[in-house]
Design a protein around this ligand. Structure first.
Ligand code: C2O
Ligand code: CU
Length: 555
């Protein structure tokens, strides 16, 4: 591999959408941010310089960071944030990974504007496991747009204990599209030629919504999820949660069609509360081959009928279940599925919402005058004021974290039934699970119906995991494991815990460091649906966390 240098200047930029102009935090003035393209085996050196008043840190979502946890990025987990006028060089090598990932700010809600694609091409001379597409670098990155400052939205929600205001639009590559007021000129257009195959790289960088996506009158072939190849399958509609990426092959029509086509996305939502149920649209446009033909066609093109795709109802859990069940690892000789066949440690975590006592001398806006909160095993994870990885590495964990995260819920109850009262109120703590190097882990995550069942896209830093099972109702430890798929389960870094159900994953803890795990719905993370794993060093030199770089930010 080679070494690639990037510079990320964090700076303010005026951006106008929906007729609202505001100053947003960006990388290099771009929204969405610059795209990183590298190859498997390359080393990346990304210098991040902070020119704004906000603290910042950047996470390379889905990158394994083998031995380089210092470059992972979540603020107060693997590093202190980069303060105003300071800089930090993220230094890591891409080992054994290729596909579509992304990068985003990992502090407060700054990832609402600070995000961009991270595309890893296979090593030179190594083909895709499908025919080479005509165009292979087409990011379709979903985001959200707020007319107000998202930092103010989350600050207000945390101060009042209530739910946050929702976004004003969804975006494709930063553009809301023609279905919103004052937005027609801000429409993403994908210009294509007939009879070709395009590799679309979908990234859901939205803060708070899973999305359905479709292109009218075109069939899509899913070939990859979270930078892992899957057995190809055809679908008209894709479901993608925040934190997930999906590669699709789009085969264009053989001849110029007498139409233009919308691509649209709108949310899949199962929870209570308010959400943005609007639709973002982009346009798939067949481009005539020569300028003369294009000019001749220009007028008639504008008059071509425009077809819109049909998306499932907002709460279509059966579509969601069928779609995720179709995702299977290639499990080929070249791309084997190394599913841990035996398990060293089993964990059962509940994930869900709850409440916390109101801490202000005012009435909180959450249920019954409490604050909204969220938890894993009834513990709302509290971020420390220093970084967990440093505390661990320098042996200064005292007063920062404890190593007694419960391996099963502290209040066992009927998780998908009516919750008893003692499960509602959560405690705020900073607890980690400690794993010996190379522990083979099985983790069942059970959604709870406290304040209503809801799908939670859980993201694990530092690892890919295999999704060996999922189901509805309460997980049954005696019966359900018999049905686990240990042959070709999908391997990924973000999985939806089904609304009113459970998901089972397996991973090998072969990466020393402190690794964050959290719901990728940003509001749930803010409410505490997060925890951490501490994986100890192994005996061999390549099983140890490397020492921190000299420019690692201090708190
Ligand atoms: Cu993409 Cu911890 O996040
Ligand atoms: Cu969640």
């Amino acid at each position: 591999g080679i070494t690639r240098h990037y510079k990320f200047d964090i700076k303010l930029q005026n951006v106008t959408r929906l007729c609202h102009t505001k100053s947003i935090v960006t990388v290099n003035g771009q929204f969405p941010g610059p795209r990183i393209v590298a190859r498997e085996g390359d080393q990346l050196l990304i210098k991040v310089v902070n020119h704004v008043q906000n603290n910042i840190s950047i996470h390379w979502h889905g990158i394994r960071q083998l031995q380089t946890g210092w470059a992972d990025g979540p603020a107060y987990v693997t590093q202190c944030p980069i303060q105003t006028s300071q800089s930090y060089v993220y230094n890591f090598t891409i080992v054994g990974q290729r596909g579509t990932l992304f990068w985003h700010a990992h502090i407060s809600w700054l990832r609402s504007t600070v995000y961009g694609p991270l595309i890893i091409l296979p090593k030179r001379g190594v083909p895709f496991p499908f025919a080479k597409p005509y165009k292979e670098l087409v990011p379709i990155i979903f985001g959200e747009w707020w007319n107000v400052d998202p930092e103010a939205v989350i600050n207000q929600a945390m101060q009042t204990g209530g739910g946050p205001n929702v976004s004003d639009a969804y975006t494709i590559n930063g553009l809301p599209g023609p279905l919103y007021n004052c937005s027609a000129k801000d429409t993403f257009k994908l210009k294509v030629k007939p009879g070709k195959t395009y590799l679309l790289r979908l990234i859901n960088a939205a803060l708070n919504d899973e999305l359905f996506f479709s292109i009218s009158n075109h069939t899509l072939t899913v070939v990859e999820a979270d930078a892992i190849y899957v057995k190809p399958f055809e679908t008209n509609i894709v479901l993608i949660a925040p934190g997930q990426t999906t590669n699709l092959l789009l085969k264009t029509k053989a001849d110029f069609p007498n139409a233009t086509f919308f691509m649209t996305a709108r949310p899949y939502v199962t929870g209570l509360g308010t959400f943005d149920n609007s639709t973002v649209a982009g346009i798939l446009e067949y481009e005539f081959p020569t300028k003369t033909l294009r000019d001749l066609a220009a007028n008639s093109i504008r008059k071509l009928p425009l077809f819109k795709p049909v998306l499932p109802p907002l709460n279509d859990t059966s579509f969601a279940t069928n779609f995720t069940n179709r995702l299977r690892s290639l499990a080929s000789a070249q791309f084997p599925a190394n599913v841990p066949q035996k398990v060293d440690r089993r964990f059962f975590f509940t994930v869900g919402l709850g409440t916390s006592p109101c801490q202000h001398n005012q009435t909180c806006q959450g249920p019954n005058g409490t604050r909204f909160a969220a938890s894993v095993n009834n513990i709302s994870f509290a971020l420390p004021t220093t970084a967990l990885l440093q505390s661990h590495f320098f042996g200064k964990s005292k007063g920062v974290y404890t190593s007694d995260f419960p391996i099963s819920p502290i209040f066992p109850f009927n998780y998908t039934g009516t919750p008893p009262n003692n499960t509602m109120v959560l405690s705020n703590e900073t607890k980690l699970v400690v794993l010996a190097f190379n522990t083979s882990v099985e983790l069942v995550m059970q959604d709870t119906s406290i304040l209503g069942a809801e799908s939670h896209p859980l993201h694990l830093h530092g690892f890919n995991f295999f999704v060996v099972g999922q189901g509805f109702g309460n997980f049954d430890p005696n019966k359900d494991p018999e049905k686990f798929n240990l042959v070709d389960p999908t391997e990924r870094n973000t999985v939806g815990v089904p609304s009113g159900g459970w998901v089972a994953i397996r991973f090998l803890a072969d990466n020393p460091g402190v690794w964050f795990m959290h719901c990728h719905l940003e509001i749930h993370t803010s409410w505490g649906l997060r925890m951490g794993w501490l994986v100890l060093d192994g005996k061999l030199p390549n099983q140890k966390l490397l020492p921190p770089p000299a420019d690692l930010p201090k708190c």
